[in-house]
Design a protein around this ligand. Structure first.
Ligand code: TYD
Length: 210
């Protein structure tokens, strides 16, 4: 059987990713795709416990500790959810993956890219998403949207400079792997973004099926 299809969604906080993940899941299911919808950090019992810790702890967290915990959650996620679903030939739609570690821990927190690349190679040497949709907005736009959240998490509380670095790191990652990235302008009206998403998803589905 053919390997499944691995799609990831990325973007800085406030880029509108969550809205589009839900919409895309409905879009894919409506086309008869067997879909596993999941997220990082999280997606497994252990991963969700690590997520809680990563997003809510009051304790000091070294940037490299944070990176290691993200990859720990990811290792379990690949084992329990992502790889089995792909092996069954289904489609996995994952809300954030390793690009987020390069963007947030690398760009945002300053963890050396070289070290993140070691972790990436350790945890998934043989697997990359088939399609990564990057919802792109400026740090200011993202911050303005996040400012409306009542109880922001550890990342959402970061300042504008942090998100400028996160965004730049995402764009750099996109330049390094242009074949799998698609950039969406997250400032466009939702229906416009959805129309573009429908096109991109239809294209990847047709490539996958042939
Ligand atoms: P997010 O995906 O924005 O979920 P929600 O929409 O529920 O707020 O939250 C996850 C946070 O985790 C986000 O701020 C980015 C951060 N993150 C990292 O810093 N590194 C990673 O590798 C991943 C997967 C997420």
């Amino acid at each position: 059987m053919k390997r499944g299809l691995f799609i990831t969604f990325e973007g800085i906080d406030g880029a509108g990713k969550s809205t589009h993940v839900a919409w895309s899941a409905d879009f894919l299911r409506a086309r008869g795709i067997t879909l596993t919808l999941t997220r990082e950090p999280g997606g497994t019992v252990l991963g969700e416990e690590l997520r809680e810790l990563l997003l809510a702890t009051q304790a000091p967290v070294h940037a490299e500790t944070e990176a290691l915990l993200m990859f720990s959650a990811r290792r379990q996620h690949l084992e329990e959810v992502i790889r089995p679903a792909l092996a069954r030939g289904g489609c996995v739609l994952c809300d954030r993956f390793t690009d987020a570690s390069f963007a947030y821990q690398g760009g945002g927190r300053g963890v050396e890219k070289r070290k993140l690349a070691v972790l990436e190679d350790w945890v998934h040497p043989d697997l990359q998403p088939d399609l990564t949709v990057l919802f792109d907005v400026s740090a200011e736009v993202g911050q303005a949207r996040v400012a409306r959240i009542k109880s922001p998490d550890r990342f959402e509380r970061e300042n504008a400079e942090f998100f400028v670095r996160v965004r730049d790191a995402y764009l750099e990652r996109m330049k390094e792997s242009p074949h799998r990235f698609v950039r969406m302008d997250g400032t466009k009206p939702i229906p416009d973004v959805q129309a573009e998403l429908a096109q991109k998803l239809t294209l990847i589905l047709s490539k996958w099926k042939t």
